[in-house]
Structure formats: C-alpha cells, structure tokens
Ligand binder design. Structure first.
Ligand code: PLP
Length: 400
C-alpha cells in the first residue's frame, strides 16, 4: 500500500499537468489551432544556438570517461568556477567554486535544502500565491509550508501578513521573483521590507532564519525592469537557480545553489547539502549538462518573443475590462476570475477552448494563471474567446 501521507497529498492536489493533458485531448478533437492551452509553464522559445553548439563541442573535446563518469557530488570544479565568475561579474559578488553546488534544476536544489534544514514540524514561509510544488517539497521532509498572502492589489509581499507568519519554528523563507504564478517582479522596496522583518525576527528568536531565493526566471524580465539580487539585501540568503527557462532546457535538468561564505553556518550547511544530494538519490547533476555551461553560462533565449506575447495578451485583456496585474517577468499573467469560484470560471473558459489554471492551485483563489509560453499567434487568436467569455458573464450571470 502507498503511504497515507502521499495518498492524502494527491487527493487534495489540483494537477496542472492533468489540465494540460486535457487540453491536448481537446486539440486532438477540435484541431490544435482551435485550442488555446495556457495551462503549463513549458518554454516555447527555442534554446539559443549556443546550447547545441556547446553540446557538440563538449562531446568532441572532453575526455569521454571523465565526461560520462561520476563527477563529485557538488559538480565539476571547472563548471562551478565558471558559474561563480559569471555571478561575480553580473552581481558584484565574491563567489568561488566553493560557494557553488550544481544541481538537477531548481526542483532538486529546493529538495536538497529542505533536507538540509528541516526537522519534523519545522516551518517554511512562502509568499502566496506560490508555485504549487513548494508544498510538496516541504511536506516531503515533514515540514509545514506557511503562506503569507501578498497584497491583493499589487501581488507584492505584504509586510503585515509576512510578519504574522513567523513562529519559533520558522527555519527559512522561500521567495520566488520573478514569480510563478503571478509574473510579478518583487520591487527593491518590497525586498527591503522583507529583509528588515527577517533581521528583526532573527534577533527576536535568537537563531538564523534563511532566505532561499528560487530564481528560475531571473533572466526573464521585460521592459528594462531590474530583478533585485537578493543576497545584496539580506545576509543569510541562499540562491537557487535553474537554466530550464533561460536556456529553454527544462528536460535537461541543470541548475545550482549559490551561497556566500558569510552565510551563518556556511560550512555545515554546504557539507550537509552535499550529503543530501546523495541521501536523496540525485548523486550529482547531469555531467554533460554541467559541461555545456562552460560555453553558454551567459547565453539566453530571445526574451523579446515572450515580451511581445505578454503585451498582446495584457493589452487585449485589460482593454476588454479584465483585471490583471502587469506581469514584469517570467511567462505568467495573473488575472482576476469573473466570479469567486476560479475553478468554475476556468470551466466556463474551456467552452471558449481557453485552458487556464485556477488560482486556487497556487493559493490564489479568485484568480487564474495564464501561462503565455505559447506562440504569439495563439495568444492573439485567443482574444475573441476571452471577449465572448466576458460578454457571457455580463449578459446572463444567473445562468453561470
Ligand atoms: N521554481 C519555480 C518557481 C518554477 O516555476 C519551477 C518550474 O517551473 C521550478 C522551481 C522548477 O524548475 P526546474 O526545472 O529547474 O526544476
């Protein structure tokens, strides 16, 4: 028999992947061009040419046994050095390879850090709405995820709910900007407030409280919007990064943990995180994918394509009177549902062949998430359906 823990967790989950699969079935019935599937965050912009070139070059030039053998659990030294150099150049930091752990994407990095920090019943605060998997990661290590609801007008962290979320048991705060599901980039002002509260709480409870910054969308910010680099604002910050979105290679599973030596308990955390890689069965991040970073650590997909799609949707939807927050980053748009029940609103949208994820799946009831990592033409062609949906709500609300 499966564990009761998993059974209960699965019974309560809203599966975005199931919603996506349903969209695929609808595409098979009605034709791909007639379905507007905004359910999932799979990159839609091709990886930069540098990725394929780097793969070929690595295969041709690296010693095969070293390339395909087990590297150290924390990753190849030359790759960790390359990542550290890139970060120092970009953010004026002072990392060396000894501050970097290569991981199988951000997901495993978060799991590794949960295993590193959490004892039974420990608490992790995150700003809600949040990436639904956070709850799975934290609960898998017997922790409790405590949501701190963002300001409902701006979707920025709300100092009041954040402060109220702390307890003796708070081990770390998990923050994600640019944000999935809202597309919000947390402003410097918001981050400063978060950092001041963290400092106060460290003093009040007399032990370190870490800020884990999950940043798979750090390089996806539009219109010149700057994403603050969190270690500049709070001393006990640990960065989690992933190349899944920047290089459009989510299936390849590559990312890292970066931690300044000045983080409280640095050596013990680094050693425990290294052991956690083994304990959790990751062993090491994929060797070939690590090596391609030697050649393309600073490459990026063409983000202007996402920006153009965001613009057509944001302008189109707000022009019709939908309430959306302006998404400055990632590839998600958070929109107010036209009724309280966001799941029912999504069901109504499906009649227009528009597939979205209900905000409730992200602790954001009353909203819906539109993943606009779809071709620009698909986003544009969905607008008449959104207009018709709104007309239906305005015309016959009693029928809905
Ligand atoms: N964190 C957030 C906020 C995400 O949106 C995702 C993936 O969509 C992840 C982590 C996991 O990313 P990765 O592919 O690097 O494991």
């Amino acid at each position: 028999m499966v564990s009761n823990r998993m059974k209960t967790s699965l019974e309560n989950a809203i599966s975005i992947r199931d919603i996506f699969e349903e969209g695929k079935k609808m595409a098979a019935i009605y034709g791909k061009e007639n379905i507007f599937n905004f359910s999932i965050g799979n990159p839609s912009v091709a990886p930069p040419a540098a990725v394929n070139e780097a793969m070929k070059e690595v295969l041709d030039t690296e010693d095969a046994l070293t390339l395909h053998g087990y590297p150290a659990n924390v990753g190849h030294p030359d790759v960790r050095t390359r990542v550290a150099e890139y970060l120092n150049k970009s953010y004026d930091t002072s990392y060396t390879m000894d501050n970097i752990i290569m991981t199988s994407g951000a997901a495993s990095a978060i799991a590794i850090l949960c295993n590193t920090f959490l004892d039974y019943g420990d608490e992790v605060i995150t700003f809600a709405p949040y990436f639904w998997e956070y709850k799975s990661y934290v609960e898998s290590f017997y922790g409790k995820l405590v949501p701190a609801l963002c300001d409902q007008k701006t979707l920025q962290p709300d100092p009041a709910t954040f402060e109220a979320a702390f307890s003796e048991k708070t081990k770390f705060v998990l923050i994600n900007t640019p944000n999935n599901p809202t597309g919000a980039v947390y402003t410097e002002e918001s981050i400063q407030k978060v950092a001041r509260i963290l400092e106060q709480k460290e003093k009040e409870y007399g032990h370190p409280i870490y800020l884990i910054s999950d940043e798979p969308y750090r390089n996806l910010a539009y219109g010149g919007v700057k994403v603050p680099y969190l270690p500049h604002f709070y001393h006990n910050t640990i960065v989690v990064y992933s190349y899944s979105k920047t290089l459009s290679i989510p299936g390849e599973r590559i990312g890292y943990i970066a931690m300044e030596s000045t983080v409280d308990g640095f050596e013990e955390i680094f050693a425990t995180a290294t052991a956690s890689i083994r304990y959790l069965g990751y062993v090491n991040a994929p060797s070939l994918q690590q090596k391609i970073l030697l050649k393309c650590v600073d490459a990026s997909v063409d983000i202007s394509i996402y920006e153009k799609t965001r613009d057509v949707l944001y302008e189109g939807l707000t022009g019709m009177g939908y309430e959306c927050i302006h998404p400055d980053g990632a590839f998600y748009l958070f929109m107010k549902a036209l009724e309280e029940d966001d799941a029912r609103f999504c069901a109504e949208a499906k009649k227009e062949r528009i597939i979205m994820a209900p905000g409730s799946a992200f602790y954001g009831p009353g909203w819906v998430r539109i993943s606009y990592c779809v071709p620009f033409e698909v986003a544009k062609a969905s607008l008449p359906g959104f207009a018709h949906l709104k007309e239906r709500y305005e015309a016959i609300p009693a029928d809905l």
